[in-house]
Ligand binder design. Structure first.
Ligand code: ADP
Ligand code: ZN
Length: 229
């Protein structure tokens, strides 16, 4: 049997806050063909559960700071190892986000290299567009759902679960600014690291694309274009 056939794909979505990674992941999960882990959603679920671990995470979240590399990577690996019920491809929405995370994670994948095929999708979007999108973003308050919408959709309830829609706490302007400030340095180091390790990285230019067009672009990529398969 061909080697590729037995490997399970992992697509890492990397892009600035508000670049639509979560919206695409949400659509792919609704298709029922992918398993998605959004590290941000998982962190917020821990915070909402009120555990000691959640309290630790919230120290970082509420200030717009990243969770320490070792902590977030361990969380992802634990989740990944538990996904044995299906062989669906996996989306990691918002992970790895730093060179340190990628380093630990790729080392882990190397140890289990027969099992997974790791691909990185980078979402490219200008700063102006990001700020505009984040200021319009509203999310489902149900932490089991956390679907995202925009103000302009003028709806009050989540179309998936009927939950109330609210602004995310870290979408306030000063916290957004902090999150955006950290992004370029992490991006440069992470993409530099992928470059030196020969990691396949595909860029999706999503300026002016509607969510359904982003979805179509991703499906095109996966359907054997640009060396993604
Ligand atoms: P955004 O992409 O808009 O920043 P997320 O929901 O992906 O939103 O992340 C929200 C917060 O969760 C981050 O500001 C950070 O505190 C934490 N977080 C999520 N993913 C990671 C990660 N890979 N590494 C460190 N912290 C993370
Ligand atoms: Zn919902």
């Amino acid at each position: 049997m061909k080697e590729q056939l037995v490997k399970r794909a992992i697509y890492s979505f990397f892009g600035p806050p508000g670049s639509g990674k979560g919206t695409l992941a949400q659509k792919l999960v609704a298709d029922d063909q992918y398993l998605v882990l959004s590290t941000g959603n998982l962190c917020r679920q821990h915070v909402a559960a009120g555990s000691e671990f959640g309290k630790t995470l919230n120290q970082y979240l509420k200030q717009g700071h990243l969770i320490p590399d070792a902590l977030v990577t361990e969380m992802v690996i634990d989740w990944l190892l538990a996904q044995t019920q299906t062989t669906s491809p996996i989306i990691l929405d918002g992970f790895p986000r730093t060179q340190g995370q990628a380093n630990i994670f790729l080392n882990f994948l190397n140890d289990v290299r027969d099992k997974f095929l790791f691909k990185v999708i980078v979402f490219d979007l200008s700063d102006d567009e990001i700020v505009k999108r984040l200021s319009q973003r509203i999310v489902c308050a149900n932490k089991g759902c956390q679907a995202t919408f925009t103000d302009s959709q003028k709806q009050e309830k989540c179309t998936f679960c009927g939950g109330f829609l609210t602004k995310r706490e870290d979408d306030q302007e000063d916290v957004v600014r902090e999150r955006l400030m950290q992004f370029p340095a992490h991006k440069e180091a992470l993409l530099g690291f992928y470059n030196t390790t020969g990691q396949v990285v595909v860029h999706l230019d999503i300026a002016r694309l509607l969510p359904l067009q982003v979805y179509a672009s991703f499906c095109n990529l996966v359907e054997n274009r640009d060396g993604l398969k």
